[in-house]
Design a protein. Sequence first.
Length: 481
Amino acid sequence: MTCIAVLGTSSNCGKSTITALLCRLFYKKGFQTAPFKPQNMSLNSTSTWYGEEIAYIQHIQAKLCNIEPTAHINPVLIKPYGYKRSEIIVLGRPRFFTTPEKYYSTIIEKLRDIVELSYKILSRNYDIIVMEGAGCAYEPNLENVDIANLEIPRKFDDVKIVLVADIYEGGAFTSLYGTYTLLPEKTRRKVIGFIINRFCGDIKILEPALRWIEEKTGKPVITVLPLTEKLNIFPEDSASLSKTYNQDARIDIAVIYYPYISNFGELALLAHHPDISIRFVYKPAELGEPDLVILPGCRNTFKAIEHLRRTGLDKKLKKIVGSVPILGICAGFQILSKKISDPTGLETGTPTHVKGLELIDIEFTYSEKKIISRVCATSPLLDNEKTVEGFEIHRALQRQVRNPMFEVLRRNKSKCQHYDGHIDEKSSIYGTFIHETVCSIDLLEKIISRKLSSLSLLDVLTEKIDNIVSSLYNVVQGCLL
């Protein structure tokens, strides 16, 4: 068994994409391959078929390896809930809320064994593990508590480290050299080379710098990846979201942006459809008359409503009712409602009751229990009893079910009969808790009343990746295997 650890010199340097590329590359070459991210901090999560909550990018990476995702590929997930407050997900289950100080002073010690256990379980079942680090591979204040980057290389001898730097942002070679030299000596010996990401320009001008880093460290530059939209595979968090995706496509989908936007995986997948443009709307003047408006998921629904009212986006949305279809997903569904209640202060810290945009005559109440599930459902919008798959991650409960958008037939591999969401065809307003269903082209066509190319979005993403990895194997195999 071999573990390739993709560590970075910074956040957003391309670790997730490079991990995805390597996962797909090794799978296509016949290796049983699994992704692994010991600790992820992200608001973009999903559910496995076992009802486990994991980061969405690890779900995608697992799909690229053609394996069923489980919590072992992302044993620790941190979801920021507000200022100095985060929810900790351990092995797919929500465990507690905590502060950064308490997390690093007491909780981290309890998680070391869990991270190691997940790694050992994957090691027994796969030929290659492609581990993705988090942030920078070395932070002096976190060296002894870093389970995201250093724990696995420190404990296991079968780890090979690749350091990644983003040259587009500048300072790539000094950050590579600094990170490399600051790594603990035992960990530094496991570095097998460097990847320079997002390069644009004449490679001849770069060659002196490539020689410099190789001479300084004695380690090779494995490859230089170009700056290209094809490598913009998946934004892991809102900080890495572009304002527009696929700008010139004929179908214009406007996504309302608000603080703590989360679980927007379906939007990233939609952006890979050749007919669809995704753009994020920050101000009322930016909305225009799109083919569809989506209110996405959010980690703090109350802050999102406050933001919409402060910016005037609430009034703008009300003006387009009836002329442009509006779809609310999860928190976006709640925002469209009559009233949202948090009687125990779970999300806000104090008991809170807030009016939504009152575009749907439904109320929601927060519960201590968190619903985490992958589902199979049918909808009156679909023909011939077709079904769609998606996932739910929420604590709010829909108090009235009128004209549901979905009938859930299966939850976490168990049969059920559950009604979800709302359809108001007269006003063209739709709401659901179920993420990813908008990625059903049949369903999307019914909502926007426009014809789209019939494609599997995951297949489109996979094809893009396959076109890239086919040219990478000969470059990387000598160093990595």
